[in-house]
Write a protein that binds this ligand. Structure first.
Ligand SMILES: [Fe+2]
Length: 256
């Protein structure tokens, strides 16, 4: 286990400021999934999706050596220095579906316009990860944009950052925990910790809130992050079930 003091002070502060918070939701009556997705201000929703997370974790793990540092150019308040301290460490990724396996950023960063115009394809990672590919095809997207494994090494972190609003027309992401080592933390500013469990899927508005992750455990953490044009017909029951439940954020029976 890594001591909290081993992480940058910005992360320690973010953790202390947000760890005891919990999001608040007063559900608006009679809203459909499109309204909830596009107009509500929910920070995230727990989605009840069955996930073959152990198999997908195995598939993802075989790509760890190929993953590249997430050197987003505009994401942090300070420029990223070759993907290492102070903004991030051990926070690497590879695309299963994308322009290519290592094109992890949004399409416009590679000169494309709207996400619908980007020539997203199944990469060679997908060819080697059949269970993940099948799972991705089952998700409620009319069109899948990017889907990528993202790892956080033991002792790794990404300092507080926020997405770019100008590209956020489809900014909500389905983010799936392929494992959840104790000591992995993911907080949203002003909201609280996201209650992950292995295999848990959340619909997250990560681009609307500063957020940060760090891994105090001795185990590599891997998530599957997906973005696409939503298929509201298929999303409808999932969103309705969660938004109008007594546990929309997934804290019930959760151990931090
Ligand atoms: Fe992020």
């Amino acid at each position: 286990m890594f001591d909290l003091k081993e992480f940058p002070t910005s992360l320690q502060k973010f953790y202390h400021d947000n760890n005891d918070l919990r999001p608040h939701l007063e559900p608006q009556p009679n809203k459909d999934s499109q309204w909830i997705y596009q107009q509500s201000d929910i920070p995230w929703l727990k989605l009840n999706i069955d996930t073959p997370h152990e198999e997908m974790y195995r598939e993802a793990k075989s790509w760890i050596d190929e993953m590249v540092p997430q050197n987003y150019k505009e994401l942090f308040d300070n420029p990223v220095l070759d993907g290492e301290f102070p903004n991030q460490k051990g926070w690497n990724t590879i695309c299963v579906h994308g322009i290519g396996p290592k094109h992890f950023d949004r399409g416009y960063m590679y000169g494309y316009g709207h996400e619908d115009e980007v020539p997203y394809i199944w990469t060679e990672v997908a060819d080697q990860c059949p269970i993940t590919k099948e799972y991705l095809q089952s998700l409620p997207y009319e069109k899948l944009y990017r889907a990528r494994f993202t790892m956080l090494a033991p002792g790794g972190y990404a300092a507080p950052h926020i997405g770019r609003k100008k590209a956020a027309s489809h900014s909500r992401k389905i983010n799936v925990a392929l494992n959840h080592p104790k000591g992995f933390h993911f907080h949203l500013e002003g909201q609280g910790p996201i209650p992950w469990e292995p295999g848990r899927a959340h619909l997250i508005a990560a681009d609307d809130f500063y957020h940060a992750v760090f891994n105090q455990s001795d185990e590599v953490r891997i998530h599957l992050i997906t973005m696409g044009k939503p298929d509201f017909k298929r999303l409808e029951p999932l969103i309705q079930e969660s938004y109008y439940s007594d546990d929309p954020f997934g804290y019930k029976n959760w151990e931090a």
